[in-house]
Design a protein around this ligand. Sequence first.
Ligand code: GLA
Length: 788
Amino acid sequence: MTKATDSSGIIRLDSRRTSYIIRVGETGHLENLYYGRKLRADSDLNALAQKRVIGIGTGVAYSERKPLVFMDTMCLETSTPGKGDFRTPAVQVEYANGMTTLDFTYRSHRFIEGKPNFPGLIAQSYAKKPSEATTLQFQLLDKTLPIVLTLNYTMFTECDVLVRSCILTNGTKEKIVIRNLASLQLDLPDADWNVVSFDGAWARERSVTRRHLEEGIIELGSTCGVSSAFHNPAVFLERPDCTTSRGECYAFNLVYSGNHREIIEKSPFGLARFQSGINPQDFAWTLESGKEFTTPEAVVTYSATGSNGASTNMHAFVNTHIVRGTWQYRERPVLCNNWEATYFNFSENRILELARAAKDVGVELFVLDDGWFGQRNDDTTSLGDWYVNTKKLTSGITHLSNQIHAMGLMFGIWVEPEMISRRSLLFDSHPDWAVMIPGRDPSVGRNQFILDFTRKDVRDYIVKVMTEVFRLSKADYVKWDMNRIFSDFYSASGIRMGEFFHRYVMGLYDVFSRLVSAFPEILFEGCASGGNRFDLGILCFMPQIWTSDNSDAFSRTVIQGGTSYAYPVSTMGAHVSASPNHQTLRKTDNESRFNVAAFGVLGYEMDLSALNMQQKQAVKEQIAFYKKYRGLLQFGRFYRLSEEGSNRTRWMVANTDFSEMLVLDFQTLNRPNIGPEVLRIPFARPDFDYEFTSRIQKVPIRDFGSLINMVSPVTIKSGGKLRKVIDDNVMLTSSDEHCIVSGDVLAYGGIRLNPQFCGTGFTQDVRVLGDFGSRLYHIVRIKKEVRN
Ligand code: GLA
């Protein structure tokens, strides 16, 4: 059963494992009675209702006729100022002379099978079949004015995810101004929660912050025009005893790429309020008589099995109800991107050389990054001039693409269509298309300006130009970049400036939807200086996003680990890049760079043509390994096996019945002589038997430095030619850890891993990890007969 209404005004929406229960209270307000673990269909729910038998000193009672109803102590589905609820309101609308007091009470509700497509939203979740979801729609009416608030709830049954949006309809004769309209409000009856947010900046996106909710308000969000690396729209609320695999938590997200705000509030009465939606800062939406406004969709799930449980729900939701089109659940190609190999400095021949080297090691898609157009030799010029630079690509983009296709590779291209350089032909002809205020000296980011996507003429132009770029380049893949945030908020089109940011996002979605439907086969990857716009809005159009410009393996354990709370592996672009790393200068071994990138959509962003034979062989083996397990890595269930801040990062992907798993064991710093290390897989099925194997990795002999003679069969003089040749070319193979193990031993006891190198000698059975080193383990079910 997924829906029900009973005679006491209680309305419930169930999913496979959760129940959401609302009551139309005695005053007509929608009260949240419960959201959590699924309740029995025959449970008496009245015990969940608040008991109102006493007044509150200094409290505001709802009305003279209702002296015991105090809105401030209620768990409400929506809230307005002026009726005694002094927490953050979900709805702030100005009418007649700036008044904001409104009072929405129940008028009607209905259930709809499936998920309707809400007009007014371009980016939204979907259900392919009506049986996948149930939608509950409430109509609330203000007590005095004909202003209607519609609350939409869609419960996606299998993944236990609830999606909420609101529609405000102005039935008055005058215009009204929406100052704030949260997509979701969830009031919880107590406030003993840890708030988990995903924060950072360029090159350190989405690291996990965890703090206990105390009196007052925690406000997260973005005001820079994009969802941003500062605070992702995803937020978790965890019980203090919640771990990765045990305990209660809620996870929230928003289907939106612009300014967002999340409020987590502990009220004086000990209740918790969560809200998310468009950020009210710089937002004021004028609603003419008869018009309606629809908020973006907010997403929430509940899990009783720790943060991994909530992540599993979110991952299934994103893969099934957000990502769409040709690439949904389709394995993504291994790519090679030329950016960090060449930056702006390349020729046609150099690109072909890189593509050949990529093909040689098993790459499937070659991506030509920034610098192929206009006069673009650095980042000061040419954004907007989307025609090929024939000084670099002498035979043109079509010919280059043909040559790369002829090698048996797919071809991809980088674009940054939302931008304009002052030094460009486009700026010369359309200066008013750039977001800047006439008469004011504009602020600037990466030497560039944003194109005014609130304007239809600008959008039409960009759709036309991009159509031509994709057609001429015969692109199989497009990397859509966005490398600055907003300043000097203004549009020459005359729109009201309180509407600028939201209109920009809607304009962007309009461009995306036109291009994606015109080129359904193209694999689009979103990007914004790495992960500055990693959100569910983008994923409605583009199935994957470049997670961060920082591809240092250690940094990525933090970045991908944080991202994994709300987003599945299939959405995270992850590249193996050079060492020392270009963002951190950290030196890490090539195999560990691969091991971390394998928990993402794999790519290489380094000079593959400069590899020696041994390195090339190692990369070939990495790619072959990735292709063999690609389905599991990209679409398997992802689990964090370690807590943040420990010296180890352990991740796992598993198939649905846990008969096959891949585990990453990454060590931050090498601490010598630490004793036996145990790898326990709590998700292993006790009734299964498994074969456990380590991926064989290459260990460069150079890593042993002056200890080289300890591992070499012959004595080698230091400083000599032979030493150099050996350093450059000789690799050892890592220890081969292999055993047959029963699932109960793996789940309850754990495997003792081979000891790490610790000065006292080297044999084939010693693991050489060092700082930032790692191993990958493959665990697969075997039948008993094989065992005997
Ligand atoms: C951004 C992207 C990079 C690269 C450069 C090119 O920083 O995140 O991956 O494409 O732009 O200018």
